[in-house]
Design a protein around this ligand. Structure first.
Ligand code: UDP
Length: 329
């Protein structure tokens, strides 16, 4: 039987690369697309030799051309850490809006089903906890996170419009904090930040008083949820995340214990509009997809720590991860 063909954007990134692995495992033909601004080819290098894998170096904010048929499109291209979208705010807005529009057009043309990577950031600094899909959010459009949050909100609106107006088959996954191997050590996110600091023998930087909460999902669980959602017939947004909520202060203590570092916690200013609480209500994912996370934090953190420890020493250098200034805005 002919293989199904799937286009994955942001394929060289953290989530994109794990999705490539999953679809290769399911024997799809995978077309991996990335402009490599924040992605890294090392994440998908092991797939290049396969006959059912191809890579396209392209920025989806510009017109996207893919020859041949397409069954599915997974739009996972976007900077996704607060540091990244502070550095490249305009590309962040463009990939969520123009990029999504281009890919929806492609999906329509190919009669492909498209899933977009939305985010718990659409809930902003939420006033309800946990957050169900029905919650409309509390987002500051002109704050530093606005470029990401509003691009993702627009992305959802655009996707829903293609669904209702053009009858396109679409899926929307709202992704909560996720971690695992292939996160960039210097992307500014809390987990690589803490583990990087522990490995370099630096103090762990907790922002604010550490009472803000997050709920961390291991990447394999997330990928399973996304896979099930894509194959389901449900077009409304679905939260995928791990509801096990923890304060950032407690999280720092867990990392100290895990790594055995003798360093301590130091406190820094809380970034502007940093959400105070975040926890997914996964009632829908449970009911519709028969999905829930299987890997607990202790287990997931151990695997992730082993991954970071296995990186070459130069990866640990706390350098600016990339010079973005040369990229077209
Ligand atoms: N954080 C922290 N120290 C760091 C990096 C992040 O205390 O070195 C905090 C950050 O302020 C936020 C939480 O950890 O409250 C999660 O941050 P992250 O950037 O990973 O993702 P977010 O959920 O805020 O998008």
């Amino acid at each position: 039987m002919e293989r199904k063909r799937v286009l994955i954007t942001g394929a060289a990134g953290f989530l994109g690369s794990h999705l490539c692995d999953r679809f290769i495992k399911e024997d799809y033909h995978v077309i991996a697309m990335d402009n490599l601004i924040t992605g890294d080819l090392q994440n998908i290098e092991h797939l290049f030799a396969l006959e059912n894998f191809e890579f396209s170096h392209h920025d989806v904010s510009k017109f996207v051309y893919v020859p041949g048929k397409l069954d599915y499109i997974l739009h996972f291209a976007s900077p996704a850490s607060p540091i990244d979208y502070l550095k490249i705010p305009i590309q962040t807005l463009k990939v969520g809006s123009l990029g999504t529009h281009n890919l929806l057009g492609l999906a329509k043309n190919k009669k492909a089903r498209m899933i977009i990577a939305s985010t718990s950031e659409v809930y902003g600094d939420p006033s309800v906890n946990p957050q169900p899909e029905e919650y409309w959010g509390n987002v500051n459009p002109v704050g530093p996170r606005g470029v990401y949050d509003e691009a993702k909100r627009f992305q959802e609106a655009m996707t829903m419009a293609y669904h209702t107006f053009h009858g396109l088959e679409t899926r929307i996954v709202r992704i909560f904090n996720t971690y695992g191997p292939r996160m960039r050590l210097n992307d500014g996110r809390v987990l690589p930040a803490f583990i990087g600091q522990a490995l370099r023998g630096e103090d762990l930087t907790v922002f604010g008083d550490g009472s803000q909460t997050r709920s961390f999902c291991y990447v394999d669980d997330l990928v399973e949820g996304i896979y099930r959602l894509l194959l389901s017939d449900y077009a409304q947004p679905v939260n995928i995340g791990n509801p096990d909520e923890i304060t950032i202060g407690q999280f720092a203590e867990e990392i100290i214990k895990l790594t055995g570092t003798t360093q301590k916690v130091i406190y820094k200013d809380l970034p502007v509009d940093d959400p105070k609480q975040r926890r997914p209500d996964i009632t829908k994912a449970r009911a519709l997809l028969n999905w829930e996370p299987k890997i607990n934090r202790a287990e997931g953190l151990k695997i992730t720590y082993e991954y970071f420890k296995s990186l070459p020493a130069e990866a640990l250098i706390n350098k600016e991860h990339k010079d973005f200034t040369t990229y077209n805005r």
